[in-house]
Design a protein around this ligand. Sequence first.
Ligand code: PRX
Length: 666
Amino acid sequence: MSSSASKNIESVLVENRVFPPDTRATQGARISGMAAYEALCKEAEQDFEGFWTRLAKDNLNWTKPFTKTLDESNAPFYQWFGDGELNASANCLDRHVGTPVENKTAIVFEADDGTVTKVTYKELLARVSQFANALKARGIKKGDRVIVYMPMTIEGVVAMQACARIGATHSVVFGGFSAKALQERIIDAGAVAVITANYQLRGGKELPLKAIVDDGIALGGCESIKTVLVYERTPTAWNRVEGRDITFTEALNGQSTECAPVPVNAEHPLFILYTSGSTGKPKGVQHSTGGYLLWAKLTMDWTFDIRPEDVFWCTADIGWITGHTYVAYGPLAAGATQVVFEGIPTFPHAGRFWQMIEKHKVSVFYTAPTAIRSLIKAADGDEKVHPKNWDLTSLRILGSVGEPINPEAWMWYHRNVGGERCPIVDTFWQTETGGHVITPLPGATPLVPGSCTLPLPGIMTAIVDETGKDLPNGAGGMLVIKRPWPSMIRTIWNDPERFKKSYFPEEMGGTIYLAGDGAVRSADRGYFRITGRIDDVLNVSGHRLGTMEIESALVAKTDLVAEAAVVGRPDDVTGEAVCAFVVLKRARPTGEEAKQIANELRNWVAKEIGPIAKPKDIRFGDNLPKTRSGKIMRRLLRSIAKGEAITQDTSTLENPAILEQLSQTN
Ligand code: PRX
């Protein structure tokens, strides 16, 4: 285990502040008090399938009811509700027709420049249906894969919902990814269309999207793409490829606003979302329709205790799993009013989030620790952007996601945003889990800063050693989920073997889900605390990056780079920062030259993967620390990156002198 992991464990052992749920949160909560939570857990333990059967029947509309809840015959390729049929879009939109939700605001959209647009559920249904008809008119049908490369807009949500409506499988690519990353995903998914915008607006800047799509396709191998649909977000001109490109306006013209949702099997892939793993190649995480949607809806009810009058705001981009489950699907399935925000938290000032909470009377606010930490820093530096300048009394529940929240940030969030009355749900989950798996419940769980507390009912989490043996409370180990759950990853698109190998290790019997995180349970309450990834995955500003992916990008600069090793180091704002150790094909640069080459390499990584993967530190060496068998000793690099003295055993190191050289900063 890395030393940062053991440091985290130490701090959980000393964290003894406990915040029992405020009576304002428990009153009328769906799960009110620990007894109610424990009763649900017990129900799941005593009759696992019966528990999920009840929930799936109560929470989703099925066009063909399922008769088998869980099929484990081909584990770990589990099937949930496998003979049932439904449509995800119908479960988010049509289900509200004829109910009071029909005329309720579904989305409050705030543009980068502050302009606000609202759509009701009825209007959203019409827009999604019309867009679905436009997709059909382009020959897109059930089972086709469609890339969505869109900014945070109502149109982005409409595009995802429209795919779901016709049974097309969407694969959203975050707007910050490069042409190369886009091309790799188009090829892997075998996509037939790309839905994009000419530009995206962020922080007052216009950033191209369509031009990147063109560049990605031009890299080759994307012949499957027949259509590029372009939302003209700004009046700025863009380059049209005749016969392939069509604007939203043209595509929607003359299309009916009614479109019957296509029923699909519960196991039909609703989407593929690429995420980083331990190798250089991102994994296409495939999610189902029935099980995924059930969990999206249910966690809105359980974790956020969503109520008819709530205004929900999840700040995540639709390019990430959080934006799928808690923007594009969950809030709609729950009939909630939600805020969708195009911009960034620091534009035009770092009080934008607080200002928007006041303006839209947000009651449930869900964001990432990295955003909180950067806003703390901004507020420390400038009183005018401190949350105290805005009326935040509409807030009822706060949420955190994506990385561990350090107790100091938790306390600040609790005091300055939550007014010491709002429970903070520190939700632990992953792209692969589809929705929350370990989280406090706002009306039940006593909170401990920095702990995601306890698993949701029906989620059988444990901490084990390498052989799968349970470890006692207080002992750090690997986080696993022992039984399948409805919203779990179904496979890795195009790579079922990698799916088995990555998540269901043979040494543990081949059927237990290995999360890839280290964790420890507190001695007193059995609360979980996540100590960080145990594989080669970094978490930078809540964005998941594979060290191997960045290494591959660096060595792809063949004219310059001979070898590269990437590790993470702790960072006060971004959680972790990317640190690259590089051996060049020429003499080791120093001084100005080193700075210049480091910049060149940063820009190269931005081009290969995206700006989020740019290494913060780049150090040059004549070599890398290696064992005699040639293995790079990453634990030493981690210490060097942190600026720590090397206390580890270096006796197996082939070239000890290299450590000194790499310790020098440029
Ligand atoms: O390391 C864990 C961290 O984020 C990883 C999953 O990243 P991704 O698939 O991009 O999904 C992020 C949004 C769900 C996990 O393996 N992580 C996520 N939430 C938390 C967390 N670490 C600690 N506490 C959390 N609440």
